[in-house]
Design a protein around this ligand. Structure first.
Ligand SMILES: [Zn+2]
Length: 163
């Protein structure tokens, strides 16, 4: 069921909205090669009518099932949508579509879930990737010459500067 707000009801009093949306209902089935929704997205929201807009706020629980882009390990990611706020203008250029006195909140929610998608999912920020296997012939980078001697990780250097 789409996440609908009935404007007639909303005129009278703020509305509580609670339920689940499947990946299919959110049109989030084909997110990314490495990222899928781990299950339905559940929401507990309150909608209220402002002068010329609807304000929706509340909790949205999303879990992504990811595969690490470096080591292929699968892991779960929970984007922070604990305080989701959505402002839907009822007139003007950005006005929401109203059909049968109702506004569908699903597209707005979908968009904000998409914004939480990591560009490149990593099981941990410094994931080293797959262990190199096979014969040990791979050249190891010797931290002997020049710049490499000060540490091959440019981020480590940056961190030192910040301190
Ligand atoms: Zn990894």
């Amino acid at each position: 069921m789409p996440l609908l707000i009935n404007l007639r009801h909303l005129e009278r009093e703020p509305l509580e909205l609670e339920g689940d949306l499947s990946a299919e209902e959110l049109d989030l089935l084909d997110l990314d090669e490495l990222i899928k929704l781990a299950g339905p997205v559940s929401y507990e929201l309150q909608a209220e009518q402002l002068d010329d807009a609807i304000l929706v706020q509340g909790r949205v629980a999303v879990v992504f099932q990811c595969e690490c882009a470096r080591c292929l390990k699968s892991f779960k990611l929970r984007p922070d949508l604990e305080n989701w706020v959505c402002h839907l203008p009822l007139s003007g250029e950005d006005a929401v579509n109203i059909s049968n006195d109702s506004v569908d909140l699903t597209p707005a929610l979908r968009e904000d879930i998409l914004l939480e998608l990591p560009q490149r999912p990593l099981c941990k920020p410094d994931c080293a990737g797959l262990p190199k296997t096979g014969g040990g012939k791979a050249k190891k980078v010797a931290p002997k010459d020049g710049l490499a001697a000060t540490g091959s990780d440019p981020w480590a250097e940056l961190n030192k500067l910040k301190l």
